[in-house]
Design a protein. Structure first.
Length: 278
């Protein structure tokens, strides 16, 4: 397909608006030897398709770490955005490739790019990669990044029932009662009917009485006599103990990276374990 005149305008350092190139194909398929030969022959590593996808996007989305390394070393733009606004780091997180994530971060990829769409942390939560979630948080990912469709990363992890990711987020200080159109993570847990998820959120201070934009509590999304409904009924009749309330309050006060602060407290190890939900 020949590019139209409007599509063939030069775009600074990123080359031309083109269809997928051999560099894109090699990067996506993980053909590192062919990619190396293309680079050595002078192929542009920053050419974009009509939807602004670079070879680095293609390699990252498929978790092709060796190709990601080759492209970055050849000068690929680490924070290039596609038509949806996603960066290669977003795509690497979507693939769940911790190796690609580490490579991109080592070349300066922004962990909190100025996006109005899903952040890298959202994407890691969608893919269910708790390892990627933990790494992003360690390098400063915004726990409360908000996407107009998905809400916060915690909303995403709960909607996808990725319990390991939920635990990592909550331990890092994510707001358990953050709202998306007044809908909390607990509403998501009720909708997917996951009792373990409901229990976890409540233990971290999830408000069972929070109402969404339809005026419904999380329990209103459960079937009568079902396990999730019985779980909510139990906590409505049996409030959290004083020790649990103190734990929730202290964890809230410690904020982001609370576990690091708690570990330094001059209190018995048993209490530290309790505060860390061990």
């Amino acid at each position: 397909m020949e590019p139209r005149a409007a599509d063939s305008c030069f775009l600074g350092d990123v080359g031309f608006w083109v269809e997928r190139t051999p560099v894109h194909e090699a990067a996506q398929r993980g053909e590192s030897l062919q990619l190396q030969q293309l680079i050595e022959s002078g192929a542009c590593v920053n050419q974009v398709t009509v939807d602004s996808i670079t070879p680095l996007h293609a390699a990252s989305l498929q978790g092709q770490a060796q190709c990601v390394q080759l492209l970055l070393a050849a000068g690929a733009q680490v924070d290039a955005r596609n038509i949806d606004g996603s960066t290669p780091l977003c795509d690497a997180c979507a693939s769940g490739s911790i190796e690609c994530v580490k490579l991109l971060l080592s070349y300066g990829a922004k962990v909190n790019p100025p996006l109005y769409t899903a952040s890298p942390l959202h994407e890691a939560c969608m893919s269910g990669s708790s390892e990627c979630v933990r790494l992003l948080i360690d390098v400063g990912a915004n726990l409360e990044a908000h996407d107009c469709h998905f809400g916060t990363p915690l909303h995403v992890a709960c909607a996808r029932e990725h319990l390991d990711c939920v635990k990592v987020l909550l331990n890092a200080g994510a707001n358990v009662n953050a709202a998306k159109l007044h809908e909390t993570a607990l509403h998501h847990a009720a909708k997917v009917k996951n009792v373990d998820l409901i229990e976890m959120l409540i233990q971290f201070g999830g408000n069972i009485y929070a109402r969404d934009n339809r005026g419904k509590k999380p329990s209103d999304y459960t079937w009568s006599s079902s396990a999730p409904a019985k779980c909510f009924e139990y906590y409505e009749k049996t409030p959290l103990t004083l020790s649990q309330l103190c734990r929730v309050s202290l964890r809230k006060a410690t904020g982001v990276r609370g576990l690091e602060k708690i570990a330094k407290l001059n209190i018995p190890p048993r209490l530290i374990d309790y505060l860390c939900y061990n």
